[in-house]
Design a protein around this ligand. Sequence first.
Ligand SMILES: NC(=O)c1ccc[n+]([C@@H]2O[C@H](COP(=O)([O-])OP(=O)(O)OC[C@H]3O[C@@H](n4cnc5c(N)ncnc54)[C@H](OP(=O)(O)O)[C@@H]3O)[C@@H](O)[C@H]2O)c1
Length: 338
Amino acid sequence: MTAAHPTMQAICLRRLPQGMPQVDDFELCRRVIPVASEGQVLVRTRWLSLDPFLRAQLGGRYAAACPTPGDVIPGYGIGEVVADRSGRFRPGTLVVTTTGWAEYAAVGADQASVVNAGPVSPTLALGVLGMPGLAAWIGVRKILEPKSGQTIVISSAAGVVGSVAGQLCKAAGCHVVGISSQARKCEIVTRDYGFDACISHRSEHFARDLHEACPDGIDGYFDNVGGMVLEATLGVLRQRARVVLCGLIDQYNRAERPPGPNLGPVIAARARLEGLVVHDHLADLAQSRRELQSMVQAGTLRYHEQVAQGLCGAPAAFIDLLRGEHVGKVLASMGVQA
Ligand SMILES: NC(=O)c1ccc[n+]([C@@H]2O[C@H](COP(=O)([O-])OP(=O)(O)OC[C@H]3O[C@@H](n4cnc5c(N)ncnc54)[C@H](OP(=O)(O)O)[C@@H]3O)[C@@H](O)[C@H]2O)c1
């Protein structure tokens, strides 16, 4: 490569994962640093957002195209504007955009939104104040519509979406029961996020534990996982209960879609199930962010972040996320000095 075509590091797809991804499904690669064309900005990536939807995308089950071997791994991140051909950004501005797992990205200026972090960490724009926070906010405010005294169950309660959804329901005066995998994570769910109880979906008595935690049934369920957890939770719905269908992580690693849950209890409970796609609600991003940021600053919305070091740390951190080994938002820091 000549000096006229300076290169950067990136993480590329080596082969499509079968089942749980392995670190060697990914590889470090070099690519020419892209050049911003008219209407674009060139950003230098500062943090990568590691998100469960990437596994769905790598299985061809996501709205965006499935990458092929040799492609840079797609994804969101925070980048610093280094060149602007749109007239909209000053160099040095931090933006959330589709950086992919690469040191630099050229993106349409309309695909980049400024990080107005104020006194909080800019990384929150990828977590509680970003797409996951918006998904939680929409699911709670527009679908669950929780009322004081109601009982709400939230799966993947230690994750970004689940923890924000649960804290919003607590703020509305609900009795909130979380579901997670491990005692260590359940402790964070009750101690740090203020849920009233947390049960493990890995317990062999999961369905019984759920009944015991919600003896009078539930008014709402925020589902981040699908599968057996969804099926068991449908069994405790009260009349006119509402269910937010937000994520299906239970099936992201499966080649075949499993048979659906038995929906008889939904009919019996006259319940309402509604699918949520966060990208339909971008018009609400500013309002949700204002509200969630003021809660963060007031100390009434708590969060955890786990930050892997460097591009090369991203594949293992992504796999840990799918395995549930992390707590809170998982990021990779590119190690560029401010
Ligand atoms: N619909 C939308 O627009 C939208 C937007 C954002 C996110 N989502 C979805 O929302 C969900 C949560 O996203 P997030 O970013 O906050 O991730 P997250 O909850 O922080 O991370 C994923 C968690 O899923 C749990 N999990 C993994 N496999 C599982 C299984 N087989 N059964 C039960 N739980 C399992 C693990 O938690 P435990 O260790 O606690 O089991 C893991 O930590 C994901 O499914 C994501 O795809 C949807």
